[in-house]
Design a protein around this ligand. Structure first.
Ligand code: ADP
Ligand code: MG
Length: 212
C-alpha cells in the first residue's frame, strides 16, 4: 500500500471522527457514560500526530502501530477494542500488495480478536453488529466477480443495516448492559463509530487511485 494512501486513510478517518464526535458522545449519553466521541477523538488525533511515521511503514506495521496507539491512548472500552481490530488485522497483513481475498482474511482476524477481547459476538448491541456482517459480505463478494462500485455499495448497505439493527437490541456487553431493557430503542455508539469509519474508508478507496 502506498504511503499516500496511508496518509489519506489517517487524515480521512481522523476528520470523520472529529466531525461526528458530538453525535458519538450524544449516543453514548443515552446508554453509556457520554465519552465515546471524546475517546475516539483522542485515539484518532494520536494516530494523526504520528502519521508521518506511519506512512514510512508498510501497511501491516502501520496498522499495528495505529492499533497500539488506540490501546495506549484511549481509556474507554473502545480503545482496546479498536486496538484489537487493527492489531489483529496487522497479524494477517501480507508484506506486498494486498488483494481482496487477503484483505478478507485480515478483517476476519481483526474481528475475531475484537470478539476475544470483548468476550462478545453479534446480537449484543456493539460494534460487532456492524463489523461481522460487513466482514461476511466482503467474504462473499470476494468469491464472486463483482465490480468495485458494487462491492463498496454492498459493504455500506451491510454497515448501515448492522448499525440500525442495534436500535432494537438489548445490550449484554459493556456499560450499556447495566441498563438492561432500557438500552433498547437507542443506536449503539460503537456501532455508529465503526459504521461511519467504514463509509469514510470506502469513499477514500473509491475516489483515490493511490488506494486501489
Ligand atoms: P466505555 O464503554 O468504556 O465508556 P466507549 O464509550 O468509548 O467506552 O465505547 C463504548 C462502545 O464500545 C460501545 O458502544 C460498544 O460498541 C463497544 N463495546 C463495549 N463493550 C464491548 C464488548 N465487550 N465487545 C464489543 N464491543 C464493546
Ligand atoms: Mg462510554
Amino acid at each position: 500500500m502506498k504511503a499516500k494512501c496511508i496518509n489519506l486513510l489517517i487524515t480521512g478517518t481522523a476528520t470523520c471522527i472529529e466531525e461526528h464526535r458530538e453525535l458519538l458522545t450524544e449516543l453514548d449519553s443515552k446508554i453509556g457514560d457520554a465519552d465515546h466521541g471524546i475517546n475516539m477523538l483522542r485515539g484518532f488525533q494520536a494516530i494523526l500526530a504520528i502519521s508521518p511515521e506511519l506512512s514510512e511503514l508498510n501497511f501491516g506495521e502501520a496498522l499495528k502501530k495505529a492499533g497500539m496507539t488506540m490501546l495506549m491512548k484511549v481509556g474507554g472500552a473502545s480503545g482496546p477494542l479498536y486496538g484489537s481490530l487493527l492489531i489483529g488485522m496487522s497479524k494477517a497483513t501480507p508484506q506486498e500488495e494486498i488483494n481482496l481475498k487477503e484483505f478478507v482474511v485480515m478483517l476476519e482476524k481483526g474481528v475475531d480478536d475484537v470478539k476475544k477481547r470483548g468476550k462478545s459476538d453479534v446480537g449484543e448491541k456493539t460494534m460487532l453488529d456492524v463489523l461481522v456482517p460487513v466482514s461476511l459480505q466482503l467474504k462473499e463478494d470476494a468469491n464472486n466477480i463483482i465490480d468495485k462500485e458494487q462491492l463498496i455499495k454492498n459493504i455500506i448497505i451491510q454497515a448501515e443495516k448492522g448499525l440500525e439493527a442495534t436500535r432494537l437490541m438489548q445490550a449484554t456487553k459493556g456499560r450499556a448492559s447495566f441498563l438492561g431493557e432500557r438500552s433498547i430503542g437507542h443506536l449503539d455508539p460503537g456501532a455508529m463509530s465503526i459504521c461511519l469509519l467504514i463509509k469514510t474508508i470506502c469513499n477514500i478507496i473509491n475516489s483515490h487511485k493511490e488506494c486501489t
